[in-house]
Design a protein around this ligand. Sequence first.
Ligand code: ASP
Length: 436
Amino acid sequence: MLVTKFGGSSLADAKQFAKVKSILLADGDRRYVVPSAPGKRGPEDDKITDLLIACHTAAKSGKPFLHILERIQARYTDIAQELGISMPLADEFAGIAKAISEGASLSYAASRGEYLNGMLLAEYIDFPFVDAARVIRFDREGKLLEEETNRLLSDTLHSLPRAVIPGFYGSDEEGNIHTFSRGGSDISGALVARAVNADVYENWTDVTGFRMADPRIVPDALSIASMTYRELRELSYMGASVLHDEAVFPVRRAGIPTNIRNTNDPLHPGTMIHAAAPMAPGHVITGIAGKKGFSIVSVEKDMMNAELGFGRRVLQAFEESGVSFEHLPTGIDTMCVVVEEKALAPHKETVLRRIQELVQPDQISIHEHLALIATVGRGMVRNFGTAARLFSAISSQGISIRTIDQGSSELNIIVGVDENDFAAAVRAIYDAFVRI
Ligand code: ASP
């Protein structure tokens, strides 16, 4: 049995709804469906969730918001009319308008996109509708109560062979609505998959799974047919964003694979993400991802290695200012702290002063505008010379490597290069490992 989650672009208009229906009809095992709110129909369009948030923001500052709500209503009415669905949308919208004008919470307003889309979709495909407020449980502070949610979901869905459960929101025990962070319908889908013990959690979006590198940099980058949840974590952390970070945990723990699929190319198998998967013969790396906007703070002091507590004190200087670090490539007399530029910027002077006070270094220097590139692959551990191949690919382009970090798991080698060299370095790594 399969749980299918459809993202906003998969349900942006009536044409997309029709595609979703045929995907569901194509396999009777697709029994539980988790929809997002309608997304953009094109680059200039608005996401329904953004418009709902705009309604709430306007209402909160005493400004009119009904004209925005009317635009939202028009989107749903168009979908319903084109698909021949009859639903009391006018009543629903009157209720939402009243609630927002009476001070309903931001979470309530934002959640209405999924709620209404879930009702429309349920009607269209003739599945029962289960309001997520009944089955996804948060505490009063808005933290997911995962075990309670699991019980509620499995009890409710046990007696329903099919259902539509809207994504993104749930409620606390008093009935107040809470949402996940943006893109959180992925998490709802994973929770449903866990609760019904699905064979596969299908996550339908508008791309054919993960690609081995960002197609804006490597336009013909191959799709990744299969990867592990650990590789997914490494690649997502470094910017490959297809799935919400937190959607991994419920399914991974339950041993359920996630399959990223494309609603606009339903025959493409997409990317299958497993707990463990054999590496295709001849493949060493799974993917390359990277991000700009990092700085390296290098702290130098002779005999640093012999000074007990040196590293802790350097990190304390960052911690005191609430700046978290990404990596710590460290030598004998130098410790480098890689941090996000925007996190460091407001605290730069304080952090440097505190390092000075706490460890009296011989020298501190900052190297800014750095990009980090992660080359990820569970095949790296079994292949000799992976690092050498990676470094020579980059240096053959005349690019100098500012920092190197390789976790001992050998799943990931991270290099830091100047931001200006970012795209060329990614292409060089791709060419060295994939175009061979
Ligand atoms: N509609 C919500 C958002 O735009 C949640 C989601 O699509 O997953 O963030």
